[in-house]
Design a protein around this ligand. Structure first.
Ligand code: FE2
Length: 375
């Protein structure tokens, strides 16, 4: 049975890196104040906490946004020369940190570094009147990092330095529950290196392999392997470009991000029709597949309780695997560079990633690439 949430206590004595789930995702952005407005207004997140000069944090401002179990942190630099402003200069808005909740941030650091992880930040403590957290960080692909968060002795709204925001929410939630998976794009030839990193350094398991036969269109192709950790609750697909007649979407990402990095976050909902209807109403832009996609859908997935007409009108994709089916849709990039985007996914038993939709989806992405002159 597929886990339906990304946060469960883990008790496996042989697991050297017991993960309790995704703690939060931090994006470095050019203007966190305005980005926070977009995520609240369009995606229905609640602004839960803030850290900045007013709370005693110098040089940067961070907004904690919450919906269901999802925590996004948007951070901007207030300085021209800082690690944050340098990240934004090179990559544009993007994911800096995939933070994982652990029992012990010092043990997670020790276990991973002794297996070859490149350290970023040695374990350190942060305290305030709500208690204490311990944090440590290691590198993953590109300039992305994993931060280990030990928060069992902390009762505050997020982390020390953050102050709770007591403001009525800007816009109702749209039904986003948890992070289903988090996808990285890496350069040609590096996918296996990062799969080995997750296997050897973090104790993850290789879950699925997609080769260029699975994921190809007339023009481009890519390869993908999915690694999974935290007893299956954390899933990281890793993509690399494969040789094709034209530039692949992964190459376009790498060219504009100027490095490996997070391509998309998949957010789970229990009612994709209502979630996507609401997101569309609020102006979120999605990739469009042609009407012909729906012609053979019944033959591919059989009868499902969802109303086919609504799925077609909203452009939601459906795929079946031996365990069930899933419904999914992809936003367009959420910044001007063709880099980070979001997937909205509803699983009805299916544990896979929508392989039957890859072709229609990648053709939709290529149409957008063509409009940008990047195909
Ligand atoms: Fe995905």
């Amino acid at each position: 049975m597929e886990p339906t949430t990304d946060k469960q206590p883990i008790k496996d004595p042989t697991d050297f890196l017991p993960l309790r789930g995704t703690d939060h995702i931090e994006l470095y952005v050019g203007n966190a104040k305005q980005a926070a407005y977009y995520y609240q207004q369009a995606f229905g997140y609640r602004l839960a906490a803030y850290s900045g000069p007013e709370t005693g944090t110098r040089g940067k401002a961070s907004y904690l946004l919450e919906q269901g179990k999802i925590r996004l942190v948007l951070t901007s630099s207030l300085e021209p020369n800082s690690e944050i402003s340098e990240h934004v200069r090179i990559h544009g808005d993007g994911v800096k940190t995939i933070a994982l909740e652990v029992e012990s941030a010092s043990d997670a650091f020790k276990q991973t570094v002794q297996r070859g992880a490149k350290p970023v930040t040695e374990p350190y403590r942060l305290k305030d009147s709500h208690g204490e957290v311990q944090l440590s960080s290691i590198r993953t692909y590109g300039s992305t990092i994993h931060t280990f968060v030990e928060r069992k002795n902390y009762q505050g709204p997020f982390l020390p330095g953050f102050r709770k925001v007591n403001r009525p929410r800007m816009s109702p939630p749209v039904g986003l529950r948890h992070i289903d998976h988090c996808v990285g794009n890496v350069p040609l030839g590096e996918m296996d290196k990062w799969v080995r990193f997750y296997e050897q350094v973090m104790g993850f398991k290789l879950l699925i392999t997609f080769d260029d036969q699975d994921i190809s269109t007339e023009y481009t192709s890519l390869m993908s392997k999915v690694v999974s950790g935290g007893s299956g609750y954390i899933k990281f697909p890793i993509n690399e470009p494969a040789a094709g007649r034209k530039k692949s979407q992964i190459e376009e990402y790498l060219e504009f991000y100027h490095d490996a990095g997070v391509q998309h976050l998949a957010l789970a909902t229990d009612d994709i029709i209502s979630t996507v209807s609401e997101l569309r109403r609020r102006g979120v832009e999605f990739l469009q597949v042609p009407p012909s996609y729906y012609e053979d859908m019944h033959a591919r997935v059989g009868t499902i309780p969802e109303d086919m007409e609504s799925l077609g009108a909203l452009n939601i994709l459906v795929d079946r695997d031996p365990e069930g089916y899933l419904l999914q849709i992809f936003t367009k990039p959420v910044q001007d560079r063709p880099t980070v985007f979001y997937e909205i996914i509803q699983r009805k038993g299916a544990t896979s990633f929508g392989k039957g939709n890859f072709k229609a989806l990648f053709e939709a992405i290529e149409r957008e690439q063509g409009l940008r002159g990047n195909l």
